[in-house]
Write a protein of this length. Structure first.
Lengths: 161, 212
């Protein structure tokens, strides 16, 4: 009786892959939790300009987004080609901004309201007239902290593209 | 009777399914851009107080017209300026230090041109744009002005606190990073405040003109 019995055959044992699904599921959950789904479906072209003196926007829950740009090709026939504002999931007029800000403020805790920032995601091709109108409305409702959302890159080169 | 064991479910394809889901999520999620230029809008001022008179030499007046051309009016001269020259021109204006007596600027390293700004505190950059100006041009101008301020603030920060080994922008980033310890934050906050008071961002935006 030998303690070291010779194995039958010389074939390699198969690698146990039973834990592979666990690993993949772990990765899957990580990505599902870590990635932020886009809150709004964009109905406009939103090609942000470039800038290099950018600061990061922390605390995503304290940001209100205002989009502006030309309606994208699906909506051109209905809404024309002039740059427009999009709030949440629909096109809006400049005059609807105060109501939007009020609704956003009402959904936040009171002590956080002074820290709310308005992120302006405006298409590079839009006219300043529209942006100025937005800024005037924001001033009227005292939402003074704004952020011009941009892509990170060389500003002057980005302009010439 | 022999005990019959339940047949094991073949889980070999589970990994494939999970991979499929994983790839779906990787492809569909977009990481949103969440960085940009932070600015503060001026509150609406209803008071009828007469604004203080600002001497013309302390104003760096920029005007962007509807064709996205940039006009600069400062120190009594008016000229068209290219965007790529704007940063250097703004730094030269802010750093001029032409003041004398109580307005003298100790830390300015500029040319001390008496027709340009007195000191950091007095120098004002004003920007006016047309309603038809393109937004991307406006952003570039804003970016260059912020860059000019940051350049000077970096210089003064490094001069004031050489042993930190970082500049103003990095310190500001460190300060707003939620992972930084509160002790370091308190330490940085005072230093950032000192520089912000030394070189305040006096930047005013006039309401745009209507293009006819």
């Amino acid at each position: 009786m030998s303690k070291f019995k010779k194995k039958k055959g010389g074939e390699m044992p198969a690698v146990n892959t039973a834990s592979l699904p666990d690993i993949v599921f772990m990765l899957l959950f990580f990505f599902m939790v870590a990635t932020v789904m886009r809150q709004n479906t964009l109905m406009i072209d939103n090609n942000l300009p470039f800038a290099d003196q950018v600061e990061k926007l922390d605390k995503k829950d304290l940001v209100m987004y205002i989009y502006a740009g030309k309606p994208s090709s699906n909506y051109k026939s209905t809404y024309g080609t002039e740059a427009r504002i999009q709030l949440n999931d629909k096109f809006a007029e400049v005059s609807e901004i105060p109501a939007f800000i009020a609704a956003e403020r009402a959904s936040k805790r009171e002590e956080l309201i002074p820290f709310l920032t308005t992120a302006l995601k405006v298409d590079g091709d839009a006219n300043m007239g529209l942006v100025t109108d937005i800024k005037q409305e924001l001033r009227k409702v005292n939402a003074l902290k704004i952020n011009y959302t941009t892509k990170k890159g060389d500003a002057i080169q980005g302009l010439n593209k | 009777m022999a005990k019959r064991s339940a047949p094991e479910v073949n889980a070999g394809s589970m990994a494939d399914i999970a991979f499929l889901l994983l790839i779906f999520f990787l492809v569909t999620t977009t990481i949103e851009t969440d960085s940009g230029l932070n600015r503060k809008l001026p509150p609406i001022d209803d008071s009828t107080e007469i604004p203080p008179i600002i001497r013309e030499k302390n104003i760096f007046q920029l005007n962007v017209n509807k064709n996205n051309d940039l006009f600069l009016k400062t120190g009594g001269e008016e000229k068209i300026i290219k965007i790529k020259d704007l940063r250097a021109a703004a730094v030269a204006f802010l750093d001029n230090g032409g003041g004398a007596g109580t307005d003298a600027c100790k830390r300015c390293q500029g040319k001390k041109n008496p027709r340009s700004s007195d000191n950091f505190d007095k120098a004002i950059i004003s920007l006016q744009n047309d309603r038809a100006t393109k937004y991307d041009t406006y952003i570039v101008v804003q970016n260059e002005i912020i860059a000019a301020y940051n350049e000077l603030r970096n210089r003064e920060f490094e001069k004031s606190y050489p042993n930190l080994g970082i500049n103003f922008v990095e310190a500001d980033k460190r300060y707003s990073d939620p992972r930084t310890s509160s002790a370091e934050k308190a330490n940085l906050k005072d230093k950032l405040e000192v520089i912000k008071i030394l070189i305040p961002q006096k930047f005013s935006e006039a309401e745009p003109k209507k293009s006819n």
